[in-house]
Ligand binder design. Structure first.
Ligand SMILES: NC(=O)c1ccc[n+]([C@@H]2O[C@H](COP(=O)([O-])OP(=O)(O)OC[C@H]3O[C@@H](n4cnc5c(N)ncnc54)[C@H](O)[C@@H]3O)[C@@H](O)[C@H]2O)c1
Length: 304
């Protein structure tokens, strides 16, 4: 490797025009917004999602807007056999991908005494093993073809920072960060760029469906806290735009909002204040959990 190659890497996908792009989680939120934006930029799409009807609706919307969906199929990314079969179909029908985007994901929060085994399992199965299944089934063909490409993995602010109640979610999101950090260097020799996307709050159905183990979501204090999170949330279109810029500019860390860029910079520069801020945040969350538990107790007693 020459000195130039050590220092710079030519951007593998400077434009999406005519490029074949696989997107998981394409039926909703960030995945759907990214599919629509990529189609507007001239990408040819291969789309998948767990849910068939919303996926059909997304494909219809993209086609109505003049976008090009080459292939789509509903399935579960946490099921390796399904992903491998899907990849064989895509290989046969479409060929090798130029860009692979792991966007599908789920979220569950809770303290260790409230999280159930199924929460830990689902986070790791969907958010970590899902992208791994997609990577192992689609990226080797890109390597063998030898003309480069790009891999996008959506992590989270919870893949950078130790947010309260995020142990199970962070297990998956720090995990995919580790995979991405290694592949960033492994795949460089094959002219394949890697982006790790770390969104903060994004206004998508995920915010409404996130399971908070052991907490009554109808409790007014909890509702207010979720409302606060929603108020700070950005539109999925903004996240999509950051992702596409990340690909076009071959950026490794892709932030979708300034708060997380600043928070992560701050955490790295000021270790002790970061620890204190996290202790305060944990204390606040614990108080919230106690309020919710107390209200649930009063409700149960009044029903008895
Ligand atoms: N919304 C946020 O505030 C936020 C913040 C940080 C990170 N993220 C991450 O962004 C990604 C997209 O989330 P979103 O907010 O757009 O949520 P969303 O719920 O709107 O979309 C997620 C999509 O993934 C699909 N999906 C879920 N499980 C699947 C499975 N097993 N196989 C295939 N598809 C599956 C869902 O059907 C859904 O269409 C996720 O990885 C999430 O962890 C979201």
């Amino acid at each position: 490797m020459g000195l130039r190659d050590l220092i710079v890497m030519d951007t593998p996908v400077p434009s999406l025009r005519g490029r074949v792009v696989l997107i998981t989680g394409a039926a909703s939120g960030i995945g759907k917004a990214t599919a629509l934006a990529a189609a507007r930029n001239g990408a040819r799409l291969v789309l998948t999602d767990l849910h068939a009807d919303p996926l059909e609706a997304a494909v219809g919307e993209i086609a109505a807007a003049g976008g090009d969906v080459l292939y789509h199929r509903a399935g579960d990314v946490s099921d390796y056999e399904w992903v491998a079969a899907f990849a064989r179909e895509v290989d046969a029908e479409v060929g090798v991908m130029d860009v692979v985007m792991n966007i599908a994901g789920v979220s569950a929060w809770g303290t260790v005494e409230n999280l159930e085994h199924r929460h830990w399992r689902q986070m790791v199965d969907v958010n970590l093993m899902g992208p791994i299944h997609i990577i192992e089934s689609f990226v080797p063909q890109m390597v063998r073809r030898g003309t480069g490409g790009h891999l996008v993995n959506v992590s989270s602010a919870a893949g950078l920072l130790a947010l309260p109640w995020h142990a199970a979610y962070s297990a998956s999101k720090f995990g995919i960060r580790g995979v991405s950090e290694v592949l960033r260097f492994d795949l460089r020799q094959h002219k394949i760029g890697v982006s790790l996307v770390c969104p903060g709050a994004v206004k998508t159905p995920l915010v409404g469906t996130v399971e908070i183990a052991g907490v009554d979501r109808d409790n007014p204090r909890i509702k207010a806290a979720v409302g606060h999170f929603e108020k700070a949330a950005i539109a999925p279109e903004k996240a999509a735009s950051a992702i596409l810029t990340g690909v076009r500019k071959n950026r490794f860390l892709v932030y979708t909002s300034f708060d997380i860029r600043f928070g992560y910079w701050w955490a790295r520069k000021f270790a002790l204040p970061y620890e204190i801020a996290m202790r305060v945040a944990n204390d606040r969350f614990s108080r919230l959990a106690r309020v919710s538990a107390a209200t649930a107790e009063v409700d149960a007693a009044s029903r008895r």
